[in-house]
Design a protein around this ligand. Structure first.
Ligand SMILES: [Zn+2]
Length: 314
């Protein structure tokens, strides 16, 4: 039996969520799954709960675990100090499957963020292998950047920082029924893939998936603005054609308050290219104080004798 009052409730719930997120005006045109809306809503709630932090001092003024933690991120990654060992490669599942469409891109005042829905076959894109303590489902993607005269990556590789760093946040399937924020209470809760981007005048090859997202950035300039990214997009298209067999891995934290020490980091050594005119679109976004959202990266943290592993191509 098709329960029409339940369907009505679903529509109502969707409207309320969209209204709460300030995207009620999109309601007329788009239809997002309830699961996706719930995930966006949870992400938004976590963002609100993290308080009104800013990047004025690259996070040096953040409190609590951000100040006292001993396993914080980002850190400098250097080949010479890494343990080079035969760890498995990262295995990608459903990364070639189209994600549910449309996707919602948000300016949350700290970054351009996109919560990732399940794929069109109902499964999630997920990863395992590397030093990951389990399998981790892709939850969201966001970026850290600099400005016209500064680089914005969070990690450095061999003392070099890059123009942009992309983070694909994953949640351990052990915590499948908990939110990302809830999973961040556990040491094995999250896994983040980090990809470096170098600004180029003319890209050797265009990452069309990423360009589709960047082309929407002019629509989310104001703080808390949302837009949709329509059409087919896979999680794999975020990575483009970078070499995923070479990476650094270590145990660290979220790089934003509350800086929870729940992240197994995998930072790829290969650096992707992005046209400078695309990166410039990031610099136009505004933060909550209506100032340009630039240099949204946290300062490097102490390694504190943590082992850092490096996987070379075998
Ligand atoms: Zn990040």
């Amino acid at each position: 039996m098709h329960n029409s009052s339940r369907w009505g409730l679903g529509v109502m719930l969707q409207f309320l969520l969209l209204a709460a997120l300030g995207i009620a005006h999109l309601q007329a045109k788009i239809r997002l799954s309830e699961a996706y809306l719930n995930a966006i809503s949870a992400d938004d709630a976590a963002e609100q709960a993290s308080g009104s932090y800013n990047y004025d001092q690259q996070g040096r003024d953040w409190e609590g675990l951000c100040q006292d933690g001993q396993q914080q991120s980002p850190i400098p990654l250097t080949y010479n100090e890494a343990i080079v060992t035969g760890i498995p490669r990262i295995h990608f599942y459903n990364y070639d499957q189209n994600l549910e469409s449309p996707l919602v891109l948000t300016n949350n005042g700290h970054t351009a963020n996109m919560v990732l829905p399940p794929t069109q076959n109902g499964q999630r894109a997920y990863i395992n292998g590397g030093l990951l303590p389990g399998s981790f489902e892709a939850q969201s993607v966001h970026f850290h950047w600099g400005s016209a005269n500064s680089k914005g990556s969070e990690h450095s590789i061999n003392f070099q920082r890059y123009d942009v760093e992309m983070h694909i946040v994953h949640k351990n399937i052990r915590y499948a029924h908990q939110t990302v924020a809830e999973a961040s209470a556990y040491w094995d809760g999250l896994a983040v893939l980090g990809v470096m981007f170098r600004a180029v005048d003319r890209a050797f090859s265009q990452n069309t998936g990423l360009l589709r997202i960047f082309n929407r950035l002019p629509l989310i300039i104001p703080y808390q603005a949302n837009t949709t990214v329509a059409g087919r997009l896979t999680a794999g298209q975020l990575l483009g054609n970078i070499i995923t067999g070479e990476f650094y891995s270590y145990n660290g934290s979220l790089t934003t308050p509350d800086c929870a020490e729940s992240v197994t980091w995998t930072v790829f050594k290969d650096v992707a290219e992005l046209p400078r005119r695309q990166i410039m679109k990031l610099w136009n976004l505004q933060e909550s104080r209506m100032r340009p959202l630039i240099n949204n990266y946290r300062a490097l943290q102490d390694i504190n004798d943590r082992p850092i592993y490096y996987r070379a191509l075998q």
